[in-house]
Ligand binder design. Structure first.
Ligand code: MF3
Ligand code: CO
Length: 255
């Protein structure tokens, strides 16, 4: 069931989104050669804790996973696409890191992700990063009252496919509110004019995950969480929590 949020709820979700945005910004600031993924997890945890919020991912146990999630962030390096567990791995110059983070503040969830390189990006990495961000922006631009869910999916998919990247069939965005994952699910590819009609108060997490390989060229790693490309090709992930409003799309996960 799709839950439409009140204006009061949207304001509370904006505050939750601010906390998540600040945690991601702190992680990005701290990410450097020699810093471990676990260090970054602690950076995010401190920001969320200091804001009086709770990590949304820690101990989250969806049906597809073998264990509750052990981190505050997902930290996916290079050929890890999403859901990388923050471990003792130390970042190196040239690594491509995707960081996903979520928080609950006053019972309201927010979910956002960014990707970036450690040091200077290669031309290939830069193009992947730019395209994934553009796909998210296209999805956000389509998140307008009177549109349909398929418009968002189509907008994300069109940018991704035009650049020749794979998207992860079966993975995508989702409704979000009192729970991190709510209806509807938001595919990263679709047909315009189809699906749920967008209205004021609908809140969605939009999250293109692009891989330089083909669409089925990935697998779940032995930890049961990390999704990895089969051929070692790199991936990027950007995500925002976005409210559809009468005044246009409102990105809730900005600082
Ligand atoms: N943005 C990710 C998603 O919606 C968050 C995953 S949290 C995890 O799938 F705990 F499941 F990793
Ligand atoms: Co999400």
């Amino acid at each position: 069931m799709v839950e439409i949020k009140t204006d009061e709820a949207l304001a509370l979700m904006r505050e939750s989104g601010r906390v998540t945005a600040r945690a991601l910004a702190a992680v990005r600031e701290a990410a450097a050669p020699g810093v471990s993924l676990r260090d970054l997890d602690e950076v995010a945890h401190a920001v969320i804790r200091d804001a009086g919020a709770k990590p949304a991912f820690l101990d989250y146990h969806p049906h597809f996973a073998p264990t509750p999630y052990p981190g505050v962030i997902c930290a996916s390096v290079n050929d890890a696409i999403v859901h990388g567990i923050p471990d003792g791995y130390r970042l190196r110059d040239g690594d491509l890191l995707s960081v996903d983070c979520g928080a609950y503040l006053d019972g309201w969830a927010s979910d956002s992700a960014v990707s970036f390189t450690i040091g200077e990006a290669s031309a290939d990495d830069q193009r992947l990063l730019d395209t994934t961000r553009e796909a998210l922006e296209a999805g956000i631009a389509a998140a307008v009252v009177g549109g349909r869910l398929g418009d968002i999916a189509h907008a994300i998919g069109r940018v991704s496919r035009a650049a020749g990247y794979g998207i992860m069939e079966g993975y995508g965005g989702h409704g979000i509110g009192r729970q991190m994952h709510e209806d509807p699910s938001v595919p990263n590819e679709g047909r315009p004019g189809r699906g749920f009609k967008l209205r004021h108060g609908l809140v969605l997490a939009l999250e293109p995950m692009l891989i330089t390989g083909g669409r089925d060229d990935w697998h779940t790693a032995a930890d049961g969480w990390t999704l990895r490309s089969n051929d070692g090709s790199r991936a990027a992930h950007f995500e925002h929590t976005v409210a559809i409003t009468n005044d246009g799309p409102r990105v809730l996960t900005l600082p």
